[in-house]
Write a protein that binds this ligand. Structure first.
Ligand SMILES: [Zn+2]
Length: 347
């Protein structure tokens, strides 16, 4: 793969996917009957409705009037979503390697083709990820009622400015299956070569890069600590896990990671099923050896907490995979309807 043209070309890439999509829809619809058109239209309408319901902001927190309810049915949905995520990892040729498997690997030289492919991917998606992370942090701050005073907004805006300043991904053999940032050098993300090689999709890479960018956003000022605390509290209530201090920060970074990946998926329609693409943002946590430490929930409890925090996400991963590829057109709803109309002709 050539490095030059790939770097920073995510916009072009998205545009290309878009036009491929349009031509496929035309191909399907030209010979089609009115019945097919109505069936597809029903899909779009139904999906637009259900996705609206899923993405309705669930407000809660100390200041909220109505805290969202997490029901036993939600709990069951979360457990099914975890199983589906890790089953999808095995089916998907671009599924991520779980971190316990990464840990068992011998070190990987920077020049290894898989590490180089991962590095190119990371560099290519970094600009998009910066933008997605900044938007996601603002969105979460609003959802958790931490954006309603001038002081709070200034804090969040300073945090997102730090994200915009990150410029570099540095591959590192000794970091192995880890990525990290040094807050005194906040323009660089250090990325273990095993980790670079083990994340085989843009969705997975964006999720992990976004995690690191969120640490940088919080920075030495700990600007996102109130947000992390609120996220940790809600997740603890819903899962029964202990989530305080550094654990809350790590979970908050993971939440920004998966939400950034979800937004990326919405912006880059593809024929790959939505559940498959979403699962990639979490699959590195599908471990057999599910150990926790003082600073981190165990990997599988991390998936559990993330789905508990955003039950809509769990629902999206459980979408039937045949529908899922159609539903992944969400980002292009209007465009798609336009294409349908053109293909069928004015009625
Ligand atoms: Zn972290």
């Amino acid at each position: 793969m050539k490095r030059g043209p790939m770097k920073g070309s995510s916009q072009d890439n998205a545009g290309r996917r878009h036009s491929t999509l349009a031509s496929k829809v035309r191909f399907i619809l030209r010979p089609s009957s009115f019945i097919l058109f109505m069936a597809l239209l029903a899909f779009v309408v139904q999906f637009t409705r259900s996705s609206g319901a899923q993405t309705r902001p669930r407000r809660s927190g100390a200041h909220s009037v109505s805290a969202p309810v997490f029901t036993p049915a939600d709990r069951r949905l979360v457990e099914r979503a975890i199983d589906e995520t890790c089953a999808e990892r095995i089916r998907d040729p671009f599924g991520s390697m779980p971190i316990d498997e990464m840990q068992a690997r011998p070190s990987l030289p920077v020049a290894h083709p898989d590490a180089q492919a991962g590095l190119r991917r990371a560099e290519r998606v970094l600009p998009t990820t910066r933008r997605l992370v900044a938007a996601t942090i603002v969105q979460l701050a609003k959802e958790y009622d931490l954006y309603d005073t001038a002081v709070a907004r200034a804090r969040i805006n300073a945090a997102t400015a730090r994200v915009e300043a990150v410029r570099r991904v540095r591959p590192d053999v000794d970091s192995r299956d880890n990525a990290s940032v040094l807050l005194r050098e906040p323009r660089t993300i250090e990325f273990g070569t095993i980790f670079l090689a083990g994340l085989r999709s843009d969705e997975a890479m964006i999720s992990v890069l976004a995690h690191e960018l969120t640490h940088i956003a919080s920075g030495q000022a700990d600007a996102l600590r109130p947000l992390f605390r609120a996220i940790g509290r809600r997740a603890a209530n819903r899962t029964g896990s202990r989530i305080q201090g550094q654990r809350a920060e790590e979970l908050g970074c993971d939440l920004v990671g998966v939400l950034s990946a979800r937004q990326f998926i919405r912006e880059t329609p593809s024929w790959e099923p939505l559940p498959r693409r979403l699962a990639r943002a979490l699959e590195h946590n599908c471990v057999d050896d599910d150990a926790s430490d003082e600073d981190h929930l165990s990997p599988r409890n991390t998936i559990r907490a993330l789905y508990a925090l955003d039950v809509g996400l769990a629902g999206e991963v459980l979408t039937d995979s045949n529908l899922g590829s159609l539903l992944n057109l969400r980002g292009a709803d209007t465009h798609w309807l336009g294409v349908l109309t053109v293909a069928i002709g004015p009625s």
